[in-house]
Design a protein around this ligand. Structure first.
Ligand SMILES: Cc1cc2nc3c(=O)[nH]c(=O)nc-3n(C[C@H](O)[C@H](O)[C@H](O)COP(=O)(O)OP(=O)(O)OC[C@H]3O[C@@H](n4cnc5c(N)ncnc54)[C@H](O)[C@@H]3O)c2cc1C
Length: 248
């Protein structure tokens, strides 16, 4: 109901692809020129609409990877091999192409620089995308709110924004923990295995500190993580979730 009401005020606009850059083998960032972009909050997403020559249309949601203060709008898309839209966005899109956008959408899964409480961000796979916007905004606004990021990826090569996250990890007030679930490179000092109660207990703020908690990724990951956090005593009302679909 709320989403319908909000979307009613939004219209489709064309954006031109300025650049496509590889984040990993399966994930590309798409830099867009979106004239008259109204601005967004870190954590919001857009709807992307593609139209084939025969008029067939497909539409999917993508989190905004750029911070509100960044000059350009960036989306980051992971290719699902059996997917309809993501293989096109990752493999076929070129500078100069135009896509349709609607947004920004969503007022719930957002982080504002005025949020002063500690924040825990838990990402699975491409669920890191909205958190990149939040972390960039945190830096741009020189926020003093402490943030802990726990990011689960299958392998080191599949860690999206790897260099940027390693730089962020060196900044005061930001802790970055990465867990690799399938394989680890020699000398890996991060965590291994899936996000579970034990890892969350180790990495997260204690519930008594009333952190704001954000969980984003595939549906199964989000549900298991949110349940584990509630089991640890976190207030369900302070856990915001964004489900990207799928079950893994
Ligand atoms: C609010 C929101 C924000 C999103 N932000 C991003 C983003 O920033 N980057 C990004 O890459 N994706 C994001 N997604 C997911 C995106 O909308 C698409 O679902 C995804 O790109 C797959 O689309 P597709 O057409 O390629 O696959 P489809 O043809 O729709 O699906 C193919 C198969 O993959 C499964 N599937 C669908 N989505 C996922 C998934 N996320 N993980 C695992 N399996 C899945 C389906 O059940 C189906 O079996 C977001 C989704 C939502 C709701």
């Amino acid at each position: 109901m709320e989403r319908t009401a909000v979307l009613g005020r939004l219209s489709w606009r064309f954006a031109t692809v300025l650049e496509v850059t590889a984040e990993t083998d399966q994930t590309h960032s798409i830099v867009l020129d979106a004239p008259d972009w109204p601005g967004h909050l870190a954590g919001q997403h857009v709807d992307v609409r593609l139209t084939a020559d025969d008029g067939y249309q497909a539409q999917r949601s993508y989190s905004i990877a750029s911070a509100p203060s960044d000059e350009q709008l960036v989306l980051t898309v992971e290719r699902l091999d059996d997917g309809e839209v993501s293989p096109y966005l990752v493999d076929e899109l070129r500078a100069g192409d135009r896509i349709e956008l609607r947004g920004p959408v969503g007022g719930y899964f957002v982080w504002r620089p005025t949020d002063a409480v500690p924040a825990l961000l838990v990402a699975g796979g491409s669920g890191i995308v909205p958190f990149r916007a939040m972390l960039r905004e945190h830096g741009a606004a020189m926020s003093a709110a402490p943030i802990r990021l726990l990011y689960s990826a299958r392998t080191f090569d599949q860690v999206i924004y790897r260099e940027e996250l390693l730089r962020l990890a060196a900044r005061d007030g930001i802790d970055v923990s990465i867990t690799l679930t399938r394989a680890q490179p020699a000398g890996w000092h991060g965590y291994t295995g899936r996000v579970d109660t034990a890892l969350l207990r180790q990495v997260s703020w204690p519930p008594e500190e009333h952190p704001a908690v954000y969980v984003c990724g595939p549906t199964g990951f989000v549900e298991a993580t949110a349940n584990a956090l509630v089991g640890l005593g976190h207030d369900p009302g302070r856990i915001r979730t964004e489900r990207f679909g799928g079950t893994s």
